[in-house]
Ligand binder design. Structure first.
Ligand SMILES: O=C[C@H](O)[C@H](O)[C@H](O)COP(=O)(O)O
Length: 287
């Protein structure tokens, strides 16, 4: 059996954004996918995230030697990534059976300079966070649109928050008290009458904090939430860290999980961004 990666398949023409996603995903896999030698007797556990960028992660993984892939178990973060794993005939695992993953690859909606992320634009944040916290290394792949100088500046929809359906209005009220501006129940769009339902049977509230409370506003301290409008508990001049906002959201009864991935829950160690000019930019955890 071959032990070296076959040459990459010829790339089909893509739009600049799709091409950027692919470049980032390929470099992330090439750099971080574990290749122990000799191959271990126990499986390598690999988390596979959700969204459109992760498709290219799996595309690259499928170009790895079959001798390596057969020693891996791939853990999905939702229905979409489960289908990706199955359609590539990769060994599928179940997150509940594994509490220690070697690595997890995932996309993001926004990444700040210290690798705080907003995730959940595709409503998959809960299982994504579970997989990321169990992984030794959480690697983010994204395109240039996701690069942010401060959290909540690039992703306009706000922080996606998965909530138990019965308590949507209660959670929305608490979010307003935390300084969210016009938190909205996410609707299913053309494909679904009524709210968007997550893989776990819950709803999503999108809660922008960038108007009343700006996350990590440039020049006012990295990773801080800085108030501009005086919402309760977040008065003008108040600051609070991204971690604190994350904790405050999590404490609301009825919140299953939120899309802030930061220190204290599921912090990425490195992020790869495909750029418009075909290069890839990296942001890595400080040593
Ligand atoms: O819920 C979805 C996930 O958090 C995605 O990883 C995130 O929305 C980024 O997706 P995409 O790679 O499609 O931009």
């Amino acid at each position: 059996m071959s032990t070296s990666a076959p040459p990459p398949a010829p790339l089909s023409p893509l739009s600049p954004v799709e091409s950027a996603k692919r470049q980032a995903a390929y470099i992330a896999v090439d750099t971080h996918f574990p290749r122990p030698s000799p191959l271990p007797t126990t499986p390598l556990l690999i988390g596979i995230g959700s969204g459109s960028t992760v498709i290219y992660v799996v595309e690259r993984i499928l170009q790895l030697p079959s001798s390596l892939l057969s020693q891996c178990i791939f853990i999905p973060t939702g229905y979409q990534s489960r289908e990706l794993i199955l359609s590539g005939s990769l060994p599928l695992g179940d997150i509940d059976l594994h509490n220690h993953l070697h690595i997890a690859f995932d996309g993001a909606d926004e990444v700040d300079p210290t690798l705080n992320c907003i995730k959940g634009g595709g409503a998959c944040l809960f299982q994504e966070k579970l997989v990321a916290v169990k992984a030794d290394k959480f690697v983010v792949v994204a395109d240039f649109r996701k690069i942010s100088s401060s959290l909540s500046m690039a992703y306009a929809a706000g922080v996606p928050i998965e909530v138990v359906p019965q308590v949507v209005s209660w959670v929305a009220k608490r979010l307003l008290e935390l300084g969210a501006v016009n938190p909205k129940l996410r609707m299913g769009g053309m494909a679904k009458a009524g709210p968007c339902v997550t893989d776990n049977g819950n709803f999503i509230i999108d809660a922008p904090f960038h108007d009343g409370c700006v996350l990590g506003k440039q020049g006012e301290g990295e990773g801080e939430v800085v108030n501009g409008k005086g919402a309760k508990g977040c008065g003008v001049g108040d600051t609070r860290t991204v971690e604190r906002l994350a904790e405050e959201i999590k404490k609301i009864v009825g919140v299953v999980e939120h899309g802030i991935f930061c220190k204290g829950n599921a912090k990425a160690v490195v992020a790869y961004f495909g750029m418009e000019d075909g290069t890839v930019t990296t942001r890595a955890e400080e040593a």
